[in-house]
Design a protein around this ligand. Structure first.
Ligand code: NAP
Length: 248
């Protein structure tokens, strides 16, 4: 695809799961992909796997909860490429469920989940915005979850409404959705499109032990890839899954 060729993308949590699948698909479209990874050794292995398929992939150390890492990665991207075209904030954790149940909640668990899923995405975005502003067609995708939809959680006809209460992960994705809206407002005049992606339930390490999941990481990557490659004038400040808009 003409427009994707020569583009530079950064995918956080790019070493495995949905993040790796997003990086692989963006790479297949012709983008150079930087895999943000907590563990650089694992990241190097993942990048080597992508390079073996002809993708220009690089691993960078990026723990989204470490205040120094986003700044260091931005400096590396600036030196190597001078700009960033696509940022995918994919890194996420669920955290131990037992300590997120109302009545036996451990605040440190909630803090850890928000530190990665919300503040981590903000920290990386803050560091990358100057580089994204230098792109002719910048896109930001925040990998959310259907569990972040308050509309679905409160719709008695939706099976989410019947799920046990869980204070950390779903609210963290609702917060990420709102962060998406605020960045979309802030960056609209720069032409930077900012959207949230709901990958749907996919079989990754994240969902180990949950029965009946048939979607793959590649299936989950599809909506993020679509939002990362939106044409100019495409939607911004939205929340999408494979089927279209997700109610907030
Ligand atoms: P996964 O296989 O568990 O992968 C999570 C990725 O995030 C890993 O690369 C992990 O790195 C990285 N990560 C976690 N904390 C990090 C941190 N502090 N800094 C940098 N990277 C960090 O999960 P997944 O299924 O691919 O999930 C990816 C995203 O999709 C998450 O945001 C998740 O909430 C969302 N999601 C997943 C599903 C699903 O069904 N799988 C559904 C809805 C939404 P390490 O390898 O170092 O741990």
């Amino acid at each position: 695809m003409e427009t994707e060729r020569d583009s530079i993308a950064l995918v956080t949590g790019g070493n495995r799961g949905i993040g790796y699948a997003i990086a692989a698909e963006l790479g297949r479209m012709g983008m150079t992909v930087a895999l943000g990874c907590r563990d650089l050794e694992q990241g190097e292995e993942s990048a080597a796997r992508l390079r073996a398929t002809g993708i220009d992939a690089h691993a960078v150390r990026l723990d989204v909860t470490d205040p120094d890492d986003p700044v260091a990665v931005a400096a590396w991207i600036e030196t190597a490429y001078g700009r960033l075209d696509v940022l995918v904030n994919n890194a996420g954790i669920a955290g131990p469920r037992a300590s997120q149940v109302p009545g036996s909640t451990v605040l440190d668990t909630l803090r850890a989940v928000f530190a990665t899923n919300v503040f981590g995405a903000v920290a990386v975005t803050e560091a990358m915005v100057p580089l994204l502003r230098r792109s002719r067609r910048a896109r930001i995708v925040n990998v959310s979850s259907g569990l972040g939809s308050m509309a679905r959680m409160t719709d008695p006809h939706d099976y989410f409404a019947g799920l046990p209460a869980y204070l950390g992960y779903p609210p963290s994705k609702s917060a990420l959705n709102h962060v998406t809206v605020q960045y979309a407002k802030h960056l609209a005049s720069d032409g930077i499109l900012v959207n949230a992606a709901d990958p749907g339930s996919c079989a990754t390490d994240f969902t180990t032990g949950i029965p009946g999941i048939t979607r793959t990481a590649a299936d989950g990557a599809r909506v993020a890839v679509r939002l990362a490659t939106l044409e100019d004038g495409g939607p911004t400040g939205g929340y999408f899954n494979d089927a279209g808009r997700v109610p907030w």
